[in-house]
Ligand binder design. Structure first.
Ligand code: SF4
Length: 383
């Protein structure tokens, strides 16, 4: 990455682990409010349209001790839930005027409750529909978004405004398009974007204001596309499972060094998963809800009755021209493990090589990963 853009993304990315200094600065400069939200997906437009900075809380990646959170939670819950709770308890999240959770899993559901009990600020919870094929799902989610919108309006001291929401939807459509372009560039030319760089660019999207981020990302895409790095004799792998708790960047570097190009992974997938949201029509809140309900793109953890995940994984691996799949599942993450069980069956049937690795956001020793990844890559290269 070149100078100033590189340092901008890296600074924002690092800041989103534990310090949130950029959020404080933004609040001072704009006199606006900020909300933090737990992965995977939150309709940022609702907050942004009211002058609230939405920030995706992606965990501390080993940056805090988990002593206080461990005293409040079971030992068998994932690390991201504990590090976010630890940060809430020890004050790292004081800069936020509200915190939002959603029903991604039972752990996130309970995290919302326990955070609400322990923090004197606005804490809310989005109940995303489970049956997305129901004819009532979009109307239900619209009402749910309106309820959340009311809570956010109280935080901001304003009201949800349809015109401002449409403008914010347009901006976020652009941001998502650029993020998808970035993913496509890495898919087609993985040799020009090492994982550490990819990660810092997308992690910055968790905390930078959408307009600032979109403009920086557009410049980055121009710069990265012009690179001329030569492709090496490496296998192409799709990494699946890191949609919520963040995978240590060093672990991914070990996978790359073992002879793999990572042509897909799910870090911060919620920020790019939604397709374009309609900006025409009378009811932009309904448009946001319809975009969520109508999206057939399987988010690993999301269930859609009309999407056959086993068919999806086969088509997905083919579309990536991947030589193999590495399932990277966070320790104690049931949703990731459920999907691993669903996905591995068709891969076995088609003899697509796959590997399963487990991680925690604070993992720091990767020798066993190195051995497994090297063996995996060599078994494909020399098959
Ligand atoms: S990492 Fe898995 S178990 Fe933990 S909050 Fe996320 S989805 Fe739930």
């Amino acid at each position: 990455m070149q100078g100033s853009l590189a340092s901008r993304f890296e600074e924002a990315s690092t800041d989103s682990y534990t310090t949130f200094g950029l959020v404080s600065k933004w609040k001072q400069e704009t006199k606006g409010k900020a909300v933090g939200y737990f992965p995977v997906y939150f309709p940022e437009e609702l907050a942004d349209s009211m002058g609230i900075l939405p920030v995706s809380l992606q965990g501390a990646s080993g940056g805090v001790s988990l002593d206080m959170a461990t005293a409040h939670t079971q030992s068998f819950v994932c690390s991201i839930s504990r590090s976010v709770f630890q940060m809430a308890l020890q004050g790292n999240l004081e800069v936020f005027d509200g915190l939002i959770f959603s029903n991604i899993c039972d752990v996130a559901r309970n995290l919302s409750g326990i955070t609400k009990r322990n923090m004197a600020k606005y804490v809310d919870y989005i109940h995303f529909p489970v049956n997305n094929s129901s004819s009532h799902a979009a109307a239900y989610l619209r009402d749910e978004y309106l309820r959340i919108g009311e809570g956010l309006a109280n935080v901001a001291g304003t009201r949800l405004d349809a015109e401002k929401l449409r403008a914010s939807i347009s901006l976020h459509n652009e941001k998502r398009r650029l993020l998808r372009r970035l993913a496509a560039l890495r898919r087609e030319r993985p040799e020009i974007i090492p994982y550490a760089e990819w990660y810092s660019v997308i992690r910055a999207s968790a905390v930078m204001p959408a307009s600032e981020y979109a403009s920086a990302l557009a410049s980055y895409l121009d710069e990265a596309s012009a690179r001329t790095s030569k492709s090496m004799d490496k296998i192409r792998v799709a990494v699946i499972g890191n949609f919520c708790e963040q995978i240590p960047v060093m672990l991914m570097k070990v996978i790359e060094d073992a002879g793999c190009y990572v042509v897909n992974d799910e870090a911060l997938i919620g920020n790019r998963w939604l397709q374009d949201v309609r900006t025409e029509g009378d009811d932009p809140v309904l448009s946001l809800a319809e975009a969520y309900i109508g999206n057939r793109e399987p988010l690993t953890v999301r269930f859609h009755p009309e999407v056959d995940k086993q068919e999806h994984i086969e088509a997905f691996v083919k579309s990536l021209r991947a030589d193999g799949v590495i399932f990277c599942t966070p320790k104690f993450c049931e949703p990731a493990l459920y999907d691993y069980m669903i996905y591995k069956a068709p891969l076995e049937k088609r003899k697509t090589p796959y590997l399963h690795l487990e991680y925690e956001e604070s993992s720091s020793s990767f020798e066993h990963v190195r051995t497994m990844a090297e063996t995996f890559a060599e078994s494909i290269l020399f098959d």
